[in-house]
Every structure is written in structure tokens, then in C-alpha cells.
Design a protein around this ligand. Structure first.
Ligand code: AHR
Length: 514
């Protein structure tokens, strides 16, 4: 190609990009066949890791910090405000080392356990099955128990189900009663191992599929829970073969859900600082986070082959941003701060899950308190909520609402010659008829203009609430806990049923139409 043509070509390309930057039009489809967004997409994860349980949720009933049976009241309230729908426990990698019978009965008689995955610390098992399941009742959240396959036995997991769920007379339900709990908790969600391809036993997919069937066979629902949901330990990110082997080999009647784990990470060897990061690191984190769209799409395509009626749920039971631990903290405790980067990451990921609600029916952000992309951080008696917490709270309006699918071509956020979509969106209508539009501008530098025709949605008046800050690296600290909180958003106009929105760089917005 001669140079003038090259130049013309470049100018045309630039015009296309800048024309898109001018305003992106988002079409909302009022599609009656669209799925409901399962509230469980807004689930959380609590592992025996660092100060998630001990020194996080659980301070013990002799603590001066206000608590209910040892669980911090301020955390319970904050999570109730978030409408936490479910909580996964006790791991993670820890789950395949955990023997639940060590965590029941008189606390002073419980054996200790050395946490071989996370910091090598010795735990006293003072937070066990009763503590967790009673805490879920306080939270109003469904428990999701992760069973031990790697170092446990079929009998041990079958017993755990009987202990938690059986209402009649049996060895395990009698033991539960002896330990102070008459009524069964009726736990619905049961994970069969965790990361079986890695810390859960380094198994092949074929071997794990057989193990799964063996464990699942003996996990009765004891007739009083309306059926338990057995969840297979799923693929590591883009390991589609893992999903394929499980779907092919496990009868659908034994399979309630298949997991997927994906962390937004720049490089596993050098993850970068949680707060002191460059735009390049931000871009790479978001590139990794947005890969979730491709992962969910491709894992769903594999599942569709074997389960066209979409009976089996995709359960993204670990997701979030993962950086180097904060300086001066135990490397095994995975403690990191939470900035505007995490708010954008959360907003964009939740939009992906909402838009794939036909298959994604549960997800668990890793992790709830003091670990990885936490929604809550504690420092002795102090507790703060993070930007991610506020995004989850703003997005809680989508829980159990009807998805209104969106159609648009996102402008690009380009850095160093590489591009990712800049705008992410999802929309739903709740049972009261309120419409919620959540929008994220991933671009770290440029604002984005958005136009949405809302005439046919049956709502007239819109209000908005936005999360943003003067710096991408900003976060809530114990000294300044409310630096990043949602504020009223005025950057839009409703021009006779056409919303014109200007979305600031790195921001998360939820509009409500009534
Ligand atoms: O969330 C931290 C760890 O990440 C979990 O224990 C494990 O399942 C995953 O690798």
C-alpha cells in the first residue's frame, strides 16, 4: 500500500474509533424469554485463610468486640445490608484438608489443625460447622459447604450431609442434637472437592469425574431439603476440556452445578501492588478480568452440548482480583487493599454474570473479609467496607430481577497498542417494575458518552448513584473509611425517553427507573 493510502486508512480507522467514542448506543431488549438473574450470583466466599475467619468474622465470645456467639455484629450487619445471598466455606484449598468432625463438640476438646496451605498457622478448630451454619442463619444467607475429597473419605462427607440435614434419628443427627442443635440446618449447596486439578488432589479430569460420582452417590438429601445441589469442582479458567470431561461422564441427575475459577491477575509470578499500580498494571488487570466474558461463553457452550435444557448451573465459585500481599503482612494470608480498580473489576464482572444468567446461577467473590478482593477489612475493633462492597450493594438491586438483555458495540480502551472494551452494561427489571441499568466505564482516562432509549421500559423517572474517585489508586482506609462511597449521579439527561449519560473514567453507575 502506498503511503497516502495508508494515511487515509489510518484517518478512517481513527474516525471510526472516535465516532464510537462520541456516543455508544445501548439497545435494551424487553425479551419475555430472558432469564431471571439468580440472587446467588452475588454470593461470597469465606476460607480458613489469614484473617478471614479467625480475627475477621470470628473473634470468639469472650471478645470485647460486640459479637453473637463469637461472630462480629458489625460484619453481620454490613453483610445483611449487602443482601448476601450465600456464603461458601471452609475453602478453597483448605477444604480438602478439613475434617469437619474436628470442629464440633466442646471447643476445649477440639483437636488443632495446621493450615498447610495458608501460612502454616495452627488453628484450634473453634470455628466449626455449628458456628458457620448458625452464622449463615444470622446473615440470612444460604450456606454452601465445600466437602473434602482430596484427603477425606466418602463416609466423612456423607456423614456431614446427614449431620447437617437429617431430621430423623440417626448416628449423625443424634450427635448434632447432643451438640446443641435440634433442627437440621437443611444445607442445600454442597461442593464435592475444590480445585481437584490442583490443591484438591492434582487429579486428571477423568479421575475426578469418577471420584465425583462415588462421593455424590452417598450424599443423600435425606428427604427433607427439597433436594441438595451437588457441585463439581470446576475448571481452572480456560480449561474447557475439564468441563467437557465432567459434563460427558457425570449423569446430569447427579450434577447440580459445575464450578469455574478465574482470578484477574497480571502475572502469577509478579502480581503487582494492590494500591501502588500503574495504568499499565490497571489495564492488564482489567484485561484479565474481562476474560470472564469469553470463559463463561465457552464453558457454557460446552455445557450446552450435554445439557441443552440448561439444568446444570455454572457456578463461578471463586473470582476477583489478586495482587501481591500488602507490604509487611504474612505472604500466606493474602491480605490486600481494595481500590477503584477493584470497584471497576467488580462492576464489569457482575455485568458479565448478569448477562449470562441463563447459565451462571451462582458466583462467589474471593473472599469476603480480609482476603483478596474483600468487601470488608478489619483491624482489631475497627471495620471498614471497601469500594467493592459498595458496588455489590449498588448491584444488589439485580438480585432475582428479570434480565433485560442489552445490545451494543463498546468503544475501546486502548493502552500500549492493546485494546479492551471500555463500556460494560447490564439491565434488569425487578418484581416492583423498577428498572436498573448498571454501567461501567473501564477506561482509565477517557469519559464515555452513552445513549439509551428507555421509552418502552414502562418507567419514566430516573435517578442514579455512582462510584468514582479522583485517583484510580484511591481506597478506603481505617483513617478515612468513607473516601469512596456511592454518591448521587447527575451526569445524565432524559430527553423524551432517551437517556444521555456521560460516564466518567473508571466509574461504576447504577441508574434506577420508576
Ligand atoms: O482464594 C484463595 C485460593 O485460590 C483458594 O483457596 C483456592 O481454591 C484458589 O486457588
Amino acid at each position: 500500500m502506498k503511503k497516502p493510502f495508508l494515511l487515509l486508512f489510518a484517518v478512517l480507522c481513527l474516525q471510526t474509533v472516535s465516532a464510537q467514542k462520541e456516543a455508544v448506543t445501548i439497545a435494551i431488549k424487553n425479551d419475555a424469554s430472558a432469564p431471571t438473574i439468580n440472587k446467588n450470583i452475588y454470593g461470597h466466599f469465606a476460607e480458613h485463610l489469614g484473617h478471614c475467619i479467625y480475627g475477621g468474622f470470628f473473634v470468639g465470645d469472650t471478645s470485647k468486640i460486640p459479637n453473637t456467639n463469637g461472630v462480629r455484629n458489625d460484619i453481620v450487619q454490613a453483610l445483611k445490608d449487602l443482601k448476601i445471598p450465600n456464603l461458601r466455606w471452609p475453602g478453597g484449598c483448605f477444604a480438602d484438608t478439613y475434617h469437619w468432625k474436628d470442629g464440633i463438640g466442646p471447643k476445649e476438646q477440639r483437636p488443632t489443625i495446621v493450615n498447610q496451605w495458608w501460612g502454616g498457622v495452627t488453628e484450634d478448630n473453634s470455628f466449626g460447622t455449628h458456628d458457620f451454619l448458625n452464622m449463615c442463619e444470622l446473615l440470612g444467607a444460604e450456606p454452601y459447604l465445600s466437602g473434602n475429597v482430596g484427603s477425606g473419605t466418602v463416609q466423612e462427607l456423607a456423614d456431614w450431609v446427614q449431620y447437617a440435614n437429617f431430621g430423623g434419628k440417626s448416628p449423625m443427627s443424634d450427635l448434632r442434637r447432643k451438640n446443641g442443635r435440634t433442627e437440621p440446618w437443611k444445607v442445600k449447596y454442597w461442593g464435592i472437592g475444590n480445585e481437584a486439578w490442583g490443591c484438591g488432589g492434582n487429579m486428571t479430569a477423568d479421575y475426578y469425574a469418577d471420584e465425583y460420582k462415588k462421593f455424590a452417590t452417598f450424599m443423600s438429601d435425606w428427604g427433607n431439603t427439597g433436594g441438595i445441589t451437588r457441585i463439581a469442582s470446576g475448571a481452572n479458567s480456560s480449561d474447557y476440556n475439564w468441563t467437557e470431561v465432567l459434563m460427558k461422564n457425570i449423569p446430569l441427575s447427579m450434577l447440580g452445578g459445575v464450578g469455574v475459577h478465574h482470578y484477574a491477575v497480571i502475572n502469577w509470578e509478579k502480581k503487582g501492588s494492590d494500591v501502588d499500580f500503574t495504568e499499565k498494571e490497571y489495564f492488564l488487570t482489567m484485561q484479565s478480568a474481562l476474560k470472564m466474558e469469553e470463559l463463561v461463553t465457552k464453558h457454557a457452550a460446552v455445557m450446552d452440548k450435554y445439557d441443552p435444557e440448561k439444568k446444570v448451573a455454572m457456578i463461578v465459585d471463586e473470582w476477583g482480583g489478586w495482587y501481591d500481599v500488602q507490604k509487611g503482612t504474612n505472604p500466606g494470608f493474602l491480605y490486600q487493599q481494595n481500590t477503584m480498580r477493584d470497584a471497576v473489576l467488580a462492576g464489569a464482572t457482575l455485568n458479565i454474570f448478569n448477562n449470562h444468567a441463563d447459565r451462571v446461577r451462582m458466583a462467589n467473590l474471593a473472599q469476603c473479609v480480609n482476603v483478596l478482593q474483600a468487601v470488608i477489612l478489619t483491624d482489631k475493633a475497627k471495620m471498614i467496607t471497601t469500594p467493592t462492597y459498595h458496588v455489590m450493594k449498588m448491584y444488589s438491586v439485580h438480585q432475582d430481577a428479570k434480565l433485560l438483555p442489552v445490545d451494543f458495540k463498546s468503544p475501546l480502551y486502548t493502552f500500549d497498542g492493546k485494546s479492551i472494551p471500555a463500556v460494560s452494561a447490564s439491565v434488569s427489571k425487578d418484581q416492583k417494575g423498577l428498572v436498573h441499568i448498571s454501567l461501567v466505564n473501564v477506561d482509565a482516562v477517557n469519559k464515555n458518552k452513552i445513549e439509551i432509549d428507555v421509552k418502552d421500559l414502562g418507567v419514566k423517572n430516573f435517578t442514579g448513584s455512582i462510584i468514582t474517585s479522583s485517583k484510580l489508586q484511591d481506597y478506603n482506609s481505617f483513617e478515612n473509611p468513607n473516601k469512596i462511597v456511592p454518591v448521587a449521579f447527575k451526569g445524565f439527561e432524559n430527553k423524551k425517553g432517551k437517556l444521555e449519560i456521560t460516564l466518567p473514567p473508571y466509574s461504576v453507575l447504577v441508574l434506577e427507573g420508576k
